[in-house]
Design a protein. Structure first.
Length: 130
């Protein structure tokens, strides 16, 4: 079993109305019954002088499906594939936006082109006498 504290080990309780809360992340390595024991000790101020220590409180907990069971790799693989698809979709949308912007800017910055010589439809020779 693994037990990681999520809160401070020592917490100040000065008056009767003060409260303290302790949190742990507990996980089992295999299915079965797990025994959890907690001992509460009261110290004088910030010293190591013990004012009161309660006998351990014990609880028996049944673990039905511990993390890392034989099908956990399927869930992890699905999450990885799903994240990859989401990331690739976001990249495709971003890339499309950049390409579209480049095309628009390229069209606006290209020089204006007139009709090609010899293919103009103007009647330039109409002003010359026959």
């Amino acid at each position: 079993m693994r037990c990681t504290p999520l809160s401070s080990e020592r917490q100040n309780v000065i008056s009767k109305t003060d409260k303290a809360t302790w949190l742990w992340d507990v996980s089992a390595k295999k299915a079965g019954t797990v025994t959890l024991s907690v001992t509460v000790t009261a110290y004088y101020r910030d010293s190591d002088t013990v004012l009161l220590e309660q006998p351990p409180t014990t609880a028996h907990v049944e673990v039905a499906a511990p993390p890392g069971d034989r099908f956990a790799w399927v869930t992890q693989a699905w999450r990885w594939i799903s994240d990859a698809i989401t990331s690739l979709g976001g990249l495709a949308v971003s890339l499309t936006g950049v390409i579209t912007l480049a095309v628009i800017v390229g069209r606006r910055m290209s020089p204006a082109t007139g009709p090609e010589p010899g293919n103009d439809n103007t009647d330039a020779d109409s002003n010359t006498p026959p």
